[in-house]
Design a protein around this ligand. Sequence first.
Ligand SMILES: Cc1ncc(C[n+]2csc(CCOP(=O)(O)OP(=O)(O)O)c2C)c(N)n1
Ligand SMILES: [Mg+2]
Length: 320
Amino acid sequence: MTETSLSPADVSRLYRSLRRIRRFEEVTAEIYPSDRIKSPVHLAIGQEQVSAAICDVLGAGDWVGGSYRSHAMYLAKGGSMPAMMAEMFGKDTGCCRGKGGSMHVIDAAAGVMGSSAVVSTQIPVAAGYALAAKRARAGHVVAVFFGDGASEEGCFYETLNFAALHALPLLFVCENNGYAIHEPIARRRARPDEICSVAEALGVPAWRIDDGDVFAIRQTADEAVRRMRKGGGPALIEAKVYRWREHVGPNEDYDQGYRFADEVVPWKRTDQVERLAAMVEPALRTRIDAEVEAEIAEAVRFAEDSPIPQPKEVWSDVYA
Ligand SMILES: Cc1ncc(C[n+]2csc(CCOP(=O)(O)OP(=O)(O)O)c2C)c(N)n1
Ligand SMILES: [Mg+2]
């Protein structure tokens, strides 16, 4: 883990972001067995630092897109928490008016341009946003989040090439948790450690952060995004992380035979939420934690109290 030159205010802002995401998803997992959440949930517990770090260097005018595992990205970029909780409850006040569920989160006002359940499809869509951003010439950038499994899809390669050719302001962010559902990366990729060199072969600069260090990810993203704002074209960051819970659902799955509990031990030891908690002044930490709990409780109350969509809404906001 690296030292940081960030100010105490920066560290506490990052801590708040990490803690909000962690607690939002822990509360989601607690609620889930009650069946009030109407969609599957893909939790990013243990992987929060990627979204928190990347979004920390983005501004209000920048855009993000991601996969079905996007609660972290949505919250880190400033998406409305009550609207996402209501979306998971299938309520009319949800960010997709109850039609999308956990896998489809969007808050365009906050620059969260959507998430996709079809692996890797967010990547070419993000290139479209990046093309629009480039043409607008306002120096805005797009970050697209995807898993290691998504990096095996054809459209990842196609989009890398297109983004490089057109020097798009697109940051590819690969959250490499080592698994695509239950399949470890070594059984899927001929060269598991060479995601970055795929990008480099097309002239796209790429960096890998192996230890999940939130400061290292942030520092790398900061440099990449600065370069991008000046017209430097796309870049890729591969951050190795570990998914603590099952692929989909609220539980742990170390008894399922495809991985074992000893794998998570080093990642829990270097948990970035706890690491930053210890760096924040104790009274401030207590206040942040209390504010986060209150915000989540309010989001749950909002979701509970919101109406379900009217039957006639089945025809609105859909393409057929
Ligand atoms: C095009 C497509 N193929 C297969 C699936 C089924 N599927 C859902 S999640 C997933 C694994 C993707 O793994 P990864 O990209 O590493 O993301 P992670 O779940 O680890 O965050 C697969 C194969 C899908 N949703 N879309
Ligand atoms: Mg994965």
